[in-house]
Write a protein that binds this ligand. Structure first.
Ligand code: TYM
Length: 337
């Protein structure tokens, strides 16, 4: 255990990130963003991980736009940038610097086992670059730079947090207590929201538009997409992800957004049809997203405000990250000036 973990007085550190690689989906919101606001007594850092997106070809102008948009969305979802360090990964060079060092403590065999690498290389067979392969090492750097205790993520990122722990433990076993060993924070319900069209697959921002709800979708688009969501033909409202993935996914969205247990959610719909279920989900999604969209529109209109927030928080993150990076450089034997 590291010295940080042994100190009960230390405030917990929470770190997470989202890639500005497409429209932020209801899956990202329920699995990650919505949980970011739950850590009142911790020091929280929420990063827009723009460097990670470069593992897939990006349009530069779009990437810049989506990066600012995601930072604004963090704030619109209720993260006060005075209390939470909201910043862009590329504004803090220590992320890439630590990634190099940690690359030298990560085995090819470990990276080969990553399911996201396998999925993404199948999807982008013409561009299986080294960055895609070492992606989890950059993610480990993000987390370890801040002596993070908790990493709120969806289920699909669990394996990446596990390899981060392995790398940190390996490094600590050679050089002493340098890194805090982080834990994933994965909520019991909603950690894997499924595609509206293919409910056996995860909802993903890189899939076609009709398969997901974007947090910034217009109400009429949300209504249409939910109306067309794939269900099944037996007509019974029941939670059974194996046999009824579409209906179960809609029930999950409803129960999470209404802060209601699954039993109560199902009971409230007894005797009703899928039309009523879809209507209930639509109302819950609109009730959740409409105030976020209103705040988002205010924030994104004020460019100076957003760039000041990002600048101030980048400086704060640089300071914190610099402390860990200097320690790592010293430990591995790089000459200090
Ligand atoms: P990304 O950008 O793919 O997704 C951001 C967050 O959303 C969660 N998520 C979901 N949760 C529930 N249901 C879904 N369908 C769904 N789709 C996505 C993801 O689990 C994630 O929490 N590698 C990360 C970004 C990252 C990061 C980090 C995260 C980079 N560095 C350090 C935490 C800590 C990623 O690609 O997430």
């Amino acid at each position: 255990m590291s010295e940080q973990n042994q100190n009960p007085e230390k405030r917990k550190v929470v770190f997470s990130g989202i890639q500005p690689s497409g429209n932020i989906t209801l899956g990202n919101y329920i699995g990650a963003l919505r949980n970011f606001t739950r850590f009142d007594d911790a020091d929280c850092l929420y990063c827009v991980v723009d460097l990670h997106t470069l593992t897939v070809r990006q349009n530069p102008a779009d990437l810049r736009k989506r990066t600012a948009s995601l930072a604004a969305l963090y704030i619109a979802c209720g993260l006060d940038p005075e209390e939470n360090c909201i910043y862009c990964q590329s504004h803090v060079p220590a992320h890439a610097e630590l990634a190099w060092i940690l690359n030298c403590f990560t085995y090819m065999g470990e990276l080969n086992r990553m399911t996201q690498f396998k999925d993404k290389s199948a999807k982008h067979a013409d561009n299986i670059n080294a960055g895609l392969f070492t992606y989890p090492v950059l993610m480990a750097s993000d987390i370890l730079l801040y002596q993070t205790d908790l990493v709120p993520v969806g289920v699909d990122q669990k394996q990446h947090v596990e390899i981060c722990r392995d790398i940190a433990q390996r490094f600590n076993s050679i050089y002493g207590d340098v890194f805090t060993i982080p834990e994933p924070f994965i909520s019991k319900s909603g950690a894997k929201i499924m595609s509206l069209q293919e409910p056996a697959r995860k909802m993903s921002k890189s899939d076609p538009d009709e398969t997901f709800i974007a947090v910034l979708d217009k109400p009429e688009d949300i209504r249409r997409k939910l109306k067309r969501a794939v269900t099944d033909s037996d007509g019974e409202i029941r939670y059974d992800p194996e046999n009824k993935p579409g209906v179960s996914n809609l029930l999950t969205i409803l129960s999470v957004l209404k802060n209601q247990s699954m039993d109560d959610t199902v009971a409230a719909l007894q005797g009703l049809g899928y039309g009523a279920l879809k209507e209930a989900v639509t109302e819950a999604v609109l009730a959740e997203l409409t105030p976020i969209q209103t705040r988002y529109n205010e924030i994104i209109a004020d460019k100076d405000y957003l760039s000041n927030v990002l600048k101030r928080n980048a400086e704060k993150a640089q300071y914190l990250a610099g402390k860990t990076l200097r320690k790592v450089y010293r430990k591995v034997g790089l000459l200090q000036l």
